[in-house]
Ligand binder design. Sequence first.
Ligand code: FES
Length: 125
Amino acid sequence: MSQENWIKAAQIDDLESGQGFETDVEIDGETIALFQIGNKYYALGECTHEQGPLCQGIIEDNMVQCPWHSARFDITTGKLIEFPAACRVTGNVTVGTQEEVETLSDCKTYKVKVEGDNIYILESE
Ligand code: FES
């Protein structure tokens, strides 16, 4: 049986609703971002296009738009909602290669728990 490894990632006061937070936590080479929606917290890996920092993305409802080429993900599930802008607008890819876009997938998500003022991320998916 594997042991759960919860990593302290932030304090509640570090986060603001409507803004991502870049943690110091790195899992499988990806920097983990935290988000607050209402009174719930979510942790996502990097954008699956070219590892854009979703913590710097624009948040609308429960979606985050990657700051690099505008792919959109559901913060609560990690699901890819929209492909990068170059692909959406013209059908052609001017950002990255067609192969990169075709293999774009959902973003990694991680379990989050709050204890006191601290927010923890579960290292395994
Ligand atoms: S790196 Fe996120 S859309 Fe390109």
